[in-house]
Design a protein around this ligand. Sequence first.
Ligand code: SF4
Length: 493
Amino acid sequence: MEATSHRFKDNVHEALGDANLQASLAKIRSGFVPKRAAAAAALPEFETLRDQARDIKNHVLGHLDIYLERFAEAVEARGGKVHWAETAADARRIILDLARAGNARTITKSKSMVTEEIALNDALEKAGIEPIETDLGEYIIQLAKEPPSHIIAPAIHKTKEQVAELFLRHHGRYGKTERLTEPTDMVREAREVLRQKYLDADVGITGANFLVAETGSIILVTNEGNADLTLSLPKRHIVLAGIEKLVPTLEDASTMLRVLARSATGQEFSSYTTLVTGPKREGDLDGPEEFHVVLLDNGRSGMVGTEFQDMLRCIRCGACMNHCPVYGTVGGHAYGWVYPGPMGAVLTPALIGVEEAGHLPNASTFCGRCEQVCPVRIPLPRMMRAWRTREFERHLSPASQRWGLGVWAWFAKRPRAYRLVARTAAALLGRMGRSQGRLKRLPLAGGWTRVRDMPAPEGRSFVAAWKADGRPTEAPGAATARRHRGSAKEQGR
Ligand code: SF4
């Protein structure tokens, strides 16, 4: 996938003007958010589980080499094969070689963000192999030739009318020519089309939610069961997973699973939780004859031991983006690469470079909700701040911003000068806006006042008000806000 993260601001303008997208994003606020809150409230030990999940991942990251070796040995002891991919190009080459060795013409895939990360579908198509996404959301965006806009709900930006249109355009060749209106009919039709694809597939490719070092198992969770058909019907099953997906034991995996579904969709458990350990064995009724696990680094090991190591705890639940006011306003495509929202704002610069993705860590109000809901307690705001520092140090931010920050830093280090300037500015701005209670224009802040007014300051700083009046009976600014509300009412707004 070609990254457009450097065009974040243009992407945002496009997203804000997209009425369909805005309507779709409202579904997140009314769906995922209250469901997660209810699921967390219903489990008294939820907060303890979050601590345990964080500690499990920290332990693994502290001993990554040991657990990787242990996992690889366990996979091979059970008849599977492990392949090591240092880069995205290595992973594509390994998977293409495996597909060609199996004379693959059709490959079924279950939803996997890491295959998006390495742009696997493009590589397969160029090699004359047809990849078929089997997760319904992924299938929809594959037909639309778009990337996912959410890590657990890839087609959340699509309306049902848009989906009906896509099906009408693409399903005619399977004899399906009716324009559908009901989501249940669309699901049925997609199922009928995909069923034959499952039977035709020579290879099945999945990701993995977790890799269990003690048994060499992979764990997959879905709500559609599509991963189970993808991995069990073809002769060859290829798993692509990042090296950070490891957990030491099955017991640890069960802790992770208890926080994953609750944080992602508000379910106690996903509808299908599948453990796969090696290929089909004698006496097994089904399963692949070959089981390959491709372990992808692609910049992850470079994060270990740095201020971004905590990001490797991520279990891709999507809770941070569901609760992010920025994601909730602009959607996932604006972020311009595979991983959107707060987790993308930290991970994307680490994987494709802060030069390409420097805008993303700035796409945050620092409200902190992402960290509050993250099941493995990743300090996302702290890491976004660290990327901003790097962006500043490497002179990647605009000159005006750098100059402004430089001036602010000069004053911040000199409290007397700071207080003098703050006092003068508060008095001046207070006087300028006193008559109307708001400021319609501000020098150097045209971007802000172009779309909204700024409430006029009280005319003195909080510290000055505190010193003069003792503990204020109302918060500074309340009087202005009252005036502002009154004036808005007068104008019938
Ligand atoms: S950063 Fe945390 S909340 Fe966001 S996707 Fe990863 S695990 Fe979930």
